[in-house]
Design a binder for this molecule. Structure first.
Ligand SMILES: C[S@@+](CC[C@H](N)C(=O)[O-])C[C@H]1O[C@@H](n2cnc3c(N)ncnc32)[C@H](O)[C@@H]1O
Length: 447
């Protein structure tokens, strides 16, 4: 993942210190926006992709079902705003100006603005090639990437159990495969919208990526290229379900462009998790983002490693509770991200999740998360080995103030699927997944 460094942790002897102060304001100059590279952009790109999918047509299915559940509980609590069917095709003209026409997607007729944005996100991530070890170590946000990895590792260690079936939504390049392996999970299904990333994930799983040179993973796997927030994964993965744990790291916010997408995401997760199963994730902290926006003079804020820009439709910096979806901003993180993202008001995420029988267990901003879990000896030791805070030796580089501020933009959450866990674990199906994946094994789901 561009936000995380997924190398094997080097061993480092001592933990220097955990920054404790919360961020009092932004510092430094806003970073320059890099032009995000993209592959297969526009009509020609779409034709090529569609052709590729036709060739693998046997494995493709098409889904257009209504993601809204029949149940309506908790809807009143969400002040009625989530009762309405979402508007699929009504982007504001200023949104179009900022992210559509300028990005070269405005001419894709017949595609909703949300679909175009999702493709733009996919193209952005697909275009990011795997970095070499040296490139990664030279990244201006290397310590932030390592901190992100530590946070994900803690979540996996806290909630995964040996033998678990894992559903990794928006798995990216498979940056968490090693974490799942260390947790001794029994089966892994990774899904991502970005074809380039899922292929890199396959390479990493097979153990042939040059930076990896490690033993093969002990669990069988299956990889799927699909939009997790549009596709009925519950139907497609019916035979693999139920999963014990679902993970969606640094990606849930890409579902929040419309209510329908947010609901489809949660419907998939809920339907695929077993009762008592766990959903772990990380995503931007809307409270921090909106606070920072209001503190800034213009529509942009950031520091030397990140920059967030809101469009002119939000000049008043007001975000009515009646429109909690589709609040788009442009996120630039040096050497990592350059694409549209969506604000996820966490209290609404929690309420919507409850409609899908997913109950909140934990939510912590990354600063609080680090502060709380680094107190535990096993995680302090992991922090030393992963090295985000340096190794305690003087002269060693460590997380910069700007990286620490950028980490304040995120939160970690844990939800649990309601219901008593089954008394017995389901027997492992030896036919599930493969222990070596060829490109033909990657499954493509069209919408
Ligand atoms: C910041 S990366 C995180 C990757 C991975 N979860 C990790 O932590 O290493 C965000 C990922 O979300 C994926 N993504 C974004 N929108 C998606 C969607 N609608 N369906 C599936 N994957 C999506 C991107 O392709 C990208 O791989």
């Amino acid at each position: 993942c561009p936000l995380c460094s997924s190398t094997q942790p080097p061993h480092s002897p001592a933990l220097s210190s955990v920054p404790r102060e919360s961020v009092a304001g932004t510092s430094g100059q806003a970073a320059h926006h890099r032009g995000g590279g993209s592959t297969l952009v526009g009509k020609r790109g779409r034709r090529i992709r569609e052709e590729q999918r036709r060739q693998i047509g046997k494995r493709s299915i098409s889904h257009q079902q209504d993601p809204l559940p029949s149940r309506t509980k908790a809807k009143a609590a969400i002040a009625g705003v989530m009762n309405k069917r979402p508007r699929e095709d009504e982007p504001s003209s200023s949104q179009k100006r900022q992210f559509g026409a300028g990005g070269g997607y405005g001419e894709q007729e017949g595609y909703s603005e949300e679909r175009i944005s999702a493709q733009r996100v996919a193209d952005h991530y697909s275009a990011r090639s795997n970095q070499t070890l040296e490139e990664r170590e030279n990244s201006p946000i290397i310590h932030l990437k390592k901190l992100n990895n530590w946070i994900k590792s803690v979540l996996v260690q806290l909630y995964a159990r040996p033998g678990d079936c894992v559903l990794d939504l928006a798995c990216g390049k498979g940056g968490d495969l090693i974490k799942w392996d260390k947790a001794k999970v029994g089966y892994y299904v990774g899904v991502d919208i970005a074809e380039g990333s899922i292929k890199d994930c396959m390479t990493r799983y097979n153990g042939d990526s040059d930076q990896q040179r490690r033993k093969k993973f002990s669990f069988p796997a299956r990889l799927i290229c699909a939009d997790c927030y549009e596709t009925r994964l519950d139907e497609y993965l019916r035979e693999d379900a139920p999963f014990d744990i679902c993970s969606c790291q640094f990606a849930m916010h890409y579902s929040w462009s419309t209510e329908a997408r947010a609901r489809q995401a949660l419907a998939n997760i809920s339907a695929l998790l077993r009762p008592g199963g766990t959903f772990i994730g990380t995503m931007p902290d809307a409270n921090v983002i909106i606070k920072r926006l209001r503190e800034s003079e213009g529509m942009e804020f950031g520091n030397s490693v990140y920059c967030i820009t809101f469009g002119e439709e939000y000049t008043e910096k007001k975000f009515p509770a009646s429109r909690p979806f589709g609040i788009k901003y442009k996120f630039h993180l040096e050497d990592a991200v350059d694409c549209p993202e969506w604000v996820v008001p966490f209290h609404l995420f929690k309420l919507l999740a409850e409609e899908y029988d997913l109950e909140l267990v934990l939510m912590k901003n990354f600063h609080e998360f680090v502060h709380d879990y680094v107190q535990r000896p096993e995680f302090a030791d992991l922090m030393r080995r992963l090295g985000p805070l340096g190794d305690g030796r003087s002269g060693q580089s460590t997380l910069s103030q700007d990286e620490w501020e950028a980490s304040y933009l995120y939160l970690a959450f844990v939800l649990r699927k309601r219901g008593p866990p089954p008394s017995q674990r389901r027997a492992n199906n030896p036919n599930r997944g493969k222990t070596f994946l060829a490109e033909e094994d990657i499954e493509f789901l069209s919408i």
